[in-house]
Ligand binder design. Structure first.
Ligand SMILES: Cc1ncc(COP(=O)(O)O)c(C=O)c1O
Length: 444
């Protein structure tokens, strides 16, 4: 396979921009659509895909779980949108934020995510989405939230902040280790439920060791006890082929800057319709969706009219929407690329690279995978330790001497430490081989 990204042709850029324009044709600044044909053979396709994100030549980037490089065409689309806004601010607020344009875009996202249009809102990332939920749920002192010891700080601390402020209780359950079966996780959550439990909060894919949690079963468990389920999908959205509605969760938070490659600064939040009335917004710039008919009639009537036709969750929770519009142009491009390649094919390719990494890494003496091996418990993230080897210096040496980027992950409170490999469709088997070479060099 080729080592270097192929240059992106003007035709590629125009074609992908055109597809974005088709998705949001009410937005000015978009380029007219043109057909783009993807390479037919897998080999050619993955070579072509390799050239789509902005990746530095000569770097072996295996850290999509931290940040996914944006697609070049997404950045171009975003730029074109910002340019168009600056050329005509009036048109921007009249047309781009009109109920028709906004609804059309949200429908597109909802269709990709597998939710209803009224259940989707946008944030700056999974962090904000999770904080919105933790901050906005009506909780009383003494109410309990159950999370695992492997939650990302952005998720855990969203609850810890509320624990400090509202005297709720955060109960962290230890993930069974080694984890051999999804039933073990279900048992651990079940055992942690008390009459005061209000929320089960979990990762879809754990950022630390790549465990895929049995989210559907956990959400069902929560529902059967009348408990709210909150899923942190930062490491799953764009990696796995699923529809949020099939998980049966009440809230789903996703990052669009990791496995979707839509560019930094965007996240989404799914809010089950029945929770929308009870969830407080994080920010308010008027009464839309939460205080309509209230006594302070200070909202600009034109703004109120504009927002009145927006989809329900966005109307109530999406006060940032207007500043996201350029990013949405990039996001449309990212959705389009995933849909044209096919989400199932993307997941299969990611899994193929992950299993190759698992097999190759195990050639290294003293290396142990901490990612579970049960087929339903792993996906695109592979984490490992090496007996007697300081892991952080190894990650630094790989970056500095071998130009290979993987991530050192540690939770001091539970003594967890590992190196994490996260290969996406723009990676190749050669990248894994280079990682192996680098690790072996360091250990020699
Ligand atoms: C599991 C998990 N949750 C939340 C986040 C935060 O995501 P964002 O950067 O979109 O706020 C991350 C980022 O790495 C993550 O891995």
């Amino acid at each position: 396979m080729t080592d270097r990204p192929m240059p992106l042709s003007r035709r590629d850029i125009l074609a992908t921009l055109g597809a974005a324009a088709g998705a949001a044709s009410l937005w000015p600044g978009a380029v007219p659509a043109a057909a783009v044909e993807l390479p037919l053979s897998s080999r050619e396709l993955w070579d072509w895909v390799r050239a789509q994100p902005v990746l530095q030549t000569g770097i072996t980037y295996l850290d999509t779980a931290s940040t996914g490089p944006a697609l070049r065409t997404a950045l171009v689309a975003e730029y074109r949108s910002r340019e168009a806004i600056n050329l005509n601010f009036g048109e921007y607020s009249r047309a781009w934020l009109s109920p028709a344009a906004v609804t059309q875009f949200v429908q597109r996202v909802a269709a990709f995510a597998g939710t209803e249009t009224d259940e989707m809102t946008f944030t700056t990332g999974a962090t904000e989405s999770l904080n919105l939920v933790a901050n906005g749920l009506p909780l009383e002192p003494g109410d309990e939230i159950v999370v695992t010891t492997h939650e990302h700080a952005a998720h855990l601390h969203a609850w810890l902040l509320q624990a400090r402020r509202r005297c709720i209780v955060v109960r962290q359950i230890a993930m069974p280790a080694p984890l051999g079966d999804p039933v073990q996780i279900l048992e651990a959550f079940t055992a942690a439920i008390t009459p005061r439990t209000r929320v089960l909060a979990m990762s879809h894919v754990q950022y630390s060791d790549g465990t895929v949690l049995p989210v559907r079963e956990l959400c069902e468990l929560a529902r059967s006890h009348g408990i709210v389920s909150v899923v942190d999908g930062a490491q799953a959205f764009g990696m796995l082929n699923f529809a949020i509605r099939d998980l049966g969760c009440d809230f789903y938070a996703a990052s669009l800057a990791k496995w979707l490659n839509g560019g930094l600064g965007l996240g989404l939040l799914y809010v089950r319709r029945e929770w929308l009335d009870q969830l407080w917004p994080l920010t308010a710039d008027g009464p839309a969706g939460w205080n309509e008919g209230g006594s302070f009639g200070l909202a600009d009537p034109a703004d109120a009219e504009l927002r009145s036709g927006w989809p329900a969750a966005l109307r109530k929770l999406g006060t940032n929407y207007r500043s996201f519009v350029p990013l949405f142009q990039g996001l449309s491009v990212a959705f389009d690329l995933q849909e044209r390649i096919g989400r199932a094919r993307i997941e299969a390719r990611i899994r193929e690279l992950a299993i190759y990494a698992q097999l190759k890494l195990q050639e290294i003496p003293g290396l142990s995978l901490v990612t579970p091996i049960h087929p339903s418990l792993w996906a695109g993230i592979v984490s490992f330790t090496i007996r007697g080897q300081a892991l952080k210096p190894l990650a630094s040496a790989l970056a500095e001497k071998e130009s290979t980027v993987i991530r050192h992950v540690a939770h001091s409170s539970i003594g967890f430490e590992a190196l994490r490999v996260a290969a996406h469709i723009y990676n190749s088997h050669d990248d894994i081989d280079r990682l192996l070479f680098g690790v072996k060099q360091h250990l020699a």
